[in-house]
Design a protein around this ligand. Structure first.
Ligand code: PLP
Length: 305
């Protein structure tokens, strides 16, 4: 059904890297599939297989109006032959925004709920209501993180990652981070860059590692200094950086996740956080579909693909 071929690895050339004696390459998960791109491909893979095994006809999930997860789940469900339902946060969300327009084109049935009901989305009462309304379904949580998602994200680094001393990835729920942590070699360091404001993410990822019985061979940490005001927030320096990065390397980034991570990596390189000889793998988790919605909301046009 969905198979990523060998994922492209793009080596960056820049005077700063030469000066610091550091290598950086980008693992282009954003290119693996036109509709189910980035880390979402890996998070969905075994969930769709499991839904099929259980004989389910419908996939139901949750997300915000510009969510990469909604976009990818709608696409993946259709490609795998499922009907899909998206429970969208906010009664006032624009159902014609680029993300939701695409989801509907992929056959996803949208159901808008107010923010308060959305907060209670995991209550048994709310789920019973959904069953009454949409019939039987296979549930994928908001952000897509569950055990099978983590099983999928373990496959992200692959053989190509062996040579690197540092693996860098964006962190939302931490599901992708956890999967990659389980694939680390003992000489490797994993650095997560949180897109959310706050220190709670350290505990949340620790819980994910524990509940999935992941004992990382290498070391890992999460940087919480590069959220630019919080999830979905941005600042002019971030936009300038994304534009600069594209001009320099022809690699598009998104302002929610990958732009913040790449900014963080570049900043840490400048501050000599990495020893000379370090080989850094920047894992591009995709998210570029969101750039269209970002443009309609802010008037800022970021590079797409
Ligand atoms: C969803 C997403 C993430 C976050 O993944 P988690 O597994 O929730 O941490 C990171 N980058 C992009 C582009 C995403 O769409």
């Amino acid at each position: 059904m969905l198979h990523p071929e060998l994922i492209a690895l793009q080596h960056l050339t820049h005077s700063l890297l030469e000066e610091k004696g550091i290598q950086v390459a980008v693992l282009r998960l954003d290119q693996i599939h036109p509709l189910v791109s980035g880390n979402k491909f890996f998070k969905l893979k075994y969930n769709l297989e499991e839904a099929k095994r259980q004989g389910k006809k419908t996939i139901l999930t949750f997300g915000g109006a510009f969510s990469n997860h909604i976009y990818a789940t709608a696409s993946g469900a259709q490609l795998a032959g499922f009907h899909s339902v998206g429970i969208i946060r906010g009664k006032d969300s624009d159902q014609n925004n680029p993300t939701l327009a695409h989801a509907q084109k992929m056959g996803m049935q949208l159901h808008f709920v107010d923010r308060e009901s959305y907060r209670n989305k995991n209550s048994s009462e709310f789920l019973e209501d959904l069953k009454a309304q949409f019939g039987d379904f296979y549930l994928i949580p908001e952000g897509g993180t569950n055990e099978l998602a983590i099983q999928g994200t373990k496959e992200i680094p692959g053989d190509q990652a062996h040579d690197f001393t540092h693996l860098c990835v964006c962190v939302g729920t931490g599901g992708t981070f956890a999967g990659i942590a389980s694939s680390l070699k003992n000489h490797q360091n994993l650095i997560g860059f949180s897109s959310l404001k706050g220190e709670f993410i350290h505990q949340e990822t620790a819980n994910l590692l524990e509940s999935n019985q992941i004992h990382a061979a290498g070391s890992f940490e999460i940087k919480t200094d590069y959220h630019f005001g919080g999830y979905g927030k941005h600042k002019p320096e971030l936009i300038e950086f994304i534009t600069w990065f594209y001009g320099e390397f022809e690699i598009p980034l998104d302002p929610i996740y990958t732009g913040k991570m790449a900014f963080g990596i570049w900043d840490l390189i400048k501050k000599d956080h990495f020893h000379p000889g370090s080989k850094i793998l920047l894992i591009h988790t995709g998210g570029l579909q969101g750039n269209a919605g970002f443009a309609t909301q802010t008037g800022i046009n970021l590079p797409i693909l």
